[in-house]
Write a protein that binds this ligand. Sequence first.
Ligand SMILES: Nc1ncnc2c1ncn2[C@@H]1O[C@H](COP(=O)(O)OP(=O)(O)OP(=O)(O)O)[C@@H](O)[C@H]1O
Ligand SMILES: [Mg+2]
Length: 338
Amino acid sequence: MVQTRCETPFERGPQLCSHCRTGTGEPGLRRCSRLVAASPAMRALLDRAVPIAEADAPVVLFGETGAGKEVLARAIHANSSRRAKPFVAVNVAALPAELLESELFGHVKGAFTGALSSKRGLFEEADGGSLLLDEIGEMPLALQAKLLRVLQDGEVRRVGEVRPFSVDVRILCATHRDLRQAVRLHRFREDLYYRLKVFALTVPPLRERREDLEPLARMFLQGEGHASGELTAAARRTLETYRWPGNVRELVNAMRHGAALSRGGPVDVGHLPDDVVHPLARPVGDEPLRPLAEVEREHVVRVLEACGGRQGDAARVLGIGRTTLWRKLRGLGLEAAD
Ligand SMILES: Nc1ncnc2c1ncn2[C@@H]1O[C@H](COP(=O)(O)OP(=O)(O)OP(=O)(O)O)[C@@H](O)[C@H]1O
Ligand SMILES: [Mg+2]
């Protein structure tokens, strides 16, 4: 789970990292984290990130999928006093609740079926360093309560163990969700939200930082063994007009495609993926398409709030019967919310 990256100190000013040759030496940051920041938006973000990196408190990183939240988390760790200790990242959304608990806190032998031996948790692995909880918005409520306790007491307890022990871990979190909205919808604990959100940073989407496109594209091409990293003017224009819904991760893949098809020559339009060259027309508005249940839940909460929590009024506004609304609230796990 622990991944190492280039974290070479910069001796002075903006420069190419003398070690991995890919960092661009952003102003402010003292260590390379292979993080490209040529655009005003990214530079402003890093200006804010530097003092935050040095402060030893939790940080929440917001941003669209693939925008670079994890790279920023690594840069924060690399520029913090914890840099010599581990950086551990875990995707909270990727594991079922029970597994996640033993992954985070560890377990003792025999704690549950299949626990054939004791196991250290990620909090222990990250001791002295930083732990990135990716997709924190997806953390089950029961685990949120346990995480809150760890933050309050500085202690963790392995699953099946009675005695807690102390750990010293800086929590970094990332999410593509609006956590305040999740709090309103009773999906995220309000007390945990305020504990975690001591500092907040938002990574802007790639379409809002065109100046980063070319340096990123070159870096990724060279990473794929394309020596010159060169793109034709037409290819550069194509990259600039595309919206990059998958952000930097999508650009990484597009450059993998470009490097393979161009066979070392300049990357031209024809070497780019079809999705980038012929993007589908976007649906009306910029909203991502979401499941009906999620939209329904938000709408019901909005109407209830507007009606001061009076279910009779809310049912009238929604055009449904009181009993139907009551049943809906129960189905959405919102009956306690009124
Ligand atoms: N500014 C950057 N400089 C260099 N590489 C970057 C930058 N931003 C993102 N990347 C690269 O783009 C890819 C996606 O970045 P990252 O994993 O940090 O995104 P994310 O916001 O955490 O995505 P997700 O929401 O899917 O978890 C990675 O390969 C990362 O190395
Ligand atoms: Mg991530």
